[in-house]
Ligand binder design. Structure first.
Ligand code: NAP
Ligand code: HSE
Length: 437
C-alpha cells in the first residue's frame, strides 16, 4: 500500500561516510536519473554525519550536502525526511535512531548488530509512529533476502534457511583453502577491501553471522530468537590441516548460519539455530561460494528449495541495498518492518543445543599404538555414534591424527563420545570436531 505520491525530493540525513556511506553517495549520483524514474522524486543528501570532519575521504561529498559532527544536525532538522544510519555499533546508533524516530523520520540502516539485539523495541516504536525502519543491507550485502522473506515468500512456510552470511570469514576461508595466504594476511586484505566490521572479531568469531541469522529468523518465522540462546562458533582457530583433510573427503569448510524447524523428542515443533564452521560437500552449490560472496538457501513448503547468491559486503554492493530502501521510503511504501502484522513477536521455541542432529567430522590425535582405534570406535559405539568414513595420517613422533566422519547423530551423543575418549586418556590433543552438511 502506498501513501499519496510526494513530488518533493526525499531529503536524507546520512550518518556515516565510510565504506557504505561513501558508496551510497557515489551510487546516488551515478543512478540519479534511474532513481528518479523508480521513486517518482529525487533523493538528496542534506547532511553527512562523521566522527572526524578533517579525515580524507574516498568518496566526494554530495554537492547538496554539508559535513557535520553533530548528530542533532540530522535528527533535529525538520527538512530531513529520512535518516540513513551507516555508522555501525550499538550505543550511538541506538541514540541516533531513537531520536530520529522521535522526530518523525524514516530510518534506513545496515546495522545488523543493533537490530539483532534491540530490533523488536525499535520496530515497535517505528510501527507505532507509522515510520519505516528498513534494513535490506543488514543481511548478506547485495542479496535481497530481507525483502524476499518479507514480501515474496509470504505465501510459503519456511522450513529451513541456511547460509554463508559473512563475507570476511568466507574470504579468509577461501584464501586459506586455495593456499594463497594465511589467516591473518587474509583478514588484513578483507579489512583493506572494506568488508570487515570496525571490530573484526565480530566477523571471525561468528557474531556478525549470528546477528544476521537472528534477523532472518525473525523475518522467516515471525519469532524472536534470543541472542544468548544461539550457539555461536567462529573460524578463529580453524587450522589449514582441517581444511586440507576435509578436502580429502571431498568437502570445503564454510562458516554457516542455520535455522530450521525440527520436532523435539516429544514431537513438539522447535527451532534449531546456530552459527558454526561446517564441512560442506563440494558438489553442493554452497561449497562453491567463495571470496566475499554470500549465499542463502531457503527451503519452503510451496516453493521448495531456493538459492540466493551475491556479494555479501563492500561499498557499492551494500550501498545498492541501502538505496533500494531509500527508494521504497521515497515511494511511500507501507512501513512493513518485519513482514508480520504483529510487532511484539513471541519468543522462539528453542531446541536445546544438545538435541541438534548432524553428521560430524572429528580429528583425533592419539598415540599410534595397537588397540587405540578399537577404543575410539568403542567410545563412539557406546553413544550409538556410527562411523561412516575414517582416515589415518602419519603423525609426528608416536602420535597420529585419525579422522572420522560419522553418520547423523545428536550433538549430545557426539560430545559424550568425545568425553569418553578424554576420560579414557586416549587423546594427546583436544579433539577437533565440526558438523558436516
Ligand atoms: P566504516 O567504514 O567504519 O564507516 C563508519 C562511518 O561512520 C565513518 O564515516 C565514521 O566517521 C562514522 N562514525 C562512526 N561512529 C560515529 C559516531 N559515533 N558519530 C559520528 N560518525 C560516526 O563502516 P562501514 O563498513 O561503512 O559500515 C557501516 C555500517 O554498515 C555498519 O553497521 C556495518 O555493520 C554495516 N555494513 C557494512 C558492510 C560493509 O561491507 N562494510 C556491509 C553490510 C553492512 P569517520 O569517518 O569520521 O571515522
Ligand atoms: N563484515 C561484514 C561481512 C559486512 O564481512 O560480511 C557485511 O555485513
Amino acid at each position: 500500500m502506498r501513501q499519496p505520491p510526494d513530488s518533493r525530493p526525499l531529503v536524507v540525513g546520512l550518518a556515516g561516510f565510510g565504506t557504505v556511506g561513501g558508496g551510497l553517495a557515489r551510487l546516488l549520483e551515478e543512478n540519479a536519473e534511474l532513481t528518479r524514474l523508480r521513486a517518482g522524486r529525487d533523493i538528496v543528501i542534506k547532511r553527512v554525519l562523521v566522527r572526524d570532519a578533517r579525515k580524507a575521504r574516498n568518496a566526494p561529498l554530495p554537492a547538496t550536502a554539508v559535513l557535520t559532527t553533530d548528530p542533532a544536525a540530522l535528527t533535529d532538522d525538520p527538512q530531513i525526511d529520512a535518516l540513513a544510519e551507516l555508522i555501525g555499533g550499538i550505543d550511538q546508533a541506538r541514540a541516533l535512531i531513537g531520536r530520529a524516530l522521535d522526530r518523525g523520520k524514516h530510518i534506513v540502516t545496515a546495522n545488523k548488530a543493533l537490530l539483532a539485539e534491540e530490533g523488536p523495541a525499535l520496530f515497535k516504536k517505528a510501527e507505532s509512529m507509522a515510520l519505516a525502519l528498513r534494513y535490506e543491507a543488514a543481511v548478506a550485502g547485495a542479496i535481497p533476502i530481507v525483502q524476499t522473506l518479507k514480501e515474496s515468500l509470504t505465501g510459503n512456510r519456511v522450513i529451513s534457511l541456511l547460509g554463508i552470511l559473512n563475507g570476511t570469514s568466507n574470504y579468509i576461508l577461501s584464501e586459506m583453502t586455495s593456499g594463497n595466504v594465511d589467516f591473518s594476511a587474509a583478514l588484513e586484505q578483507a579489512q583493506e577491501l572494506g568488508y570487515a566490521e570496525a571490530d573484526p572479531t565480530l566477523d571471525i568469531d561468528g557474531h556478525d553471522t549470528a546477528h544476521k541469522l537472528i534477523l532472518l529468523i525473525r523475518l522467516a518465522y515471525g519469532v524472536h530468537y534470543p541472542y544468548a540462546a544461539l550457539s555461536i562458533r567462529g573460524i578463529r582457530n580453524l587450522s589449514t590441516m582441517d581444511i586440507r583433510l576435509a578436502g580429502e573427503f571431498g568437502y570445503s569448510i564454510k562458516l554457516i548460519g542455520q535455522a530450521r524447524e525440527v520436532s523435539d523428542a516429544d514431537g513438539r515443533m522447535r527451532l534449531e539455530a546456530g552459527v558454526f564452521p561446517a564441512l560442506v560437500y563440494n558438489r553442493y552449490l554452497l561449497a562453491r561460494v567463495s571470496g566475499v560472496y554470500n549465499a542463502v538457501r531457503v527451503e519452503a513448503n510451496a516453493a521448495g528449495s531456493l538459492f540466493f547468491h551475491g556479494r555479501g559486503a563492500g561499498d557499492l554492493p551494500t550501498a545498492g541495498a541501502v538505496l533500494s530502501d531509500l527508494v521504497a521510503v521515497a515511494r511511500g511504501d507501507r512501513a512493513d518492518n518485519t513482514g508480520f502484522v504483529r510487532q511484539d513477536l513471541p519468543a522462539a521455541a528453542v531446541l536445546p543445543r544438545e538435541e541438534g542432529r548432524s553428521s560430524f567430522y572429528a580429528r583425533l590425535t592419539v598415540r599410534d599404538r595397537p588397540g587405540v582405534l578399537r577404543d575410539l570406535a568403542g567410545a563412539m559405539a557406546a553413544e550409538e555414534v556410527s562411523v561412516a568414513q575414517m582416515i589415518q595420517k602419519s603423525g609426528e613422533g608416536d602420535t597420529a591424527p585419525l579422522v572420522f566422519m560419522t553418520h547423523e547423530t545428536t550433538t549430545r551423543a557426539m560430545n559424550n563420545s568425545l568425553k569418553r575418549m578424554v576420560d579414557a586418556g586416549l587423546l594427546t590433543e583436544p579433539a577437533v570436531c565440526y558438523r558436516v552438511l
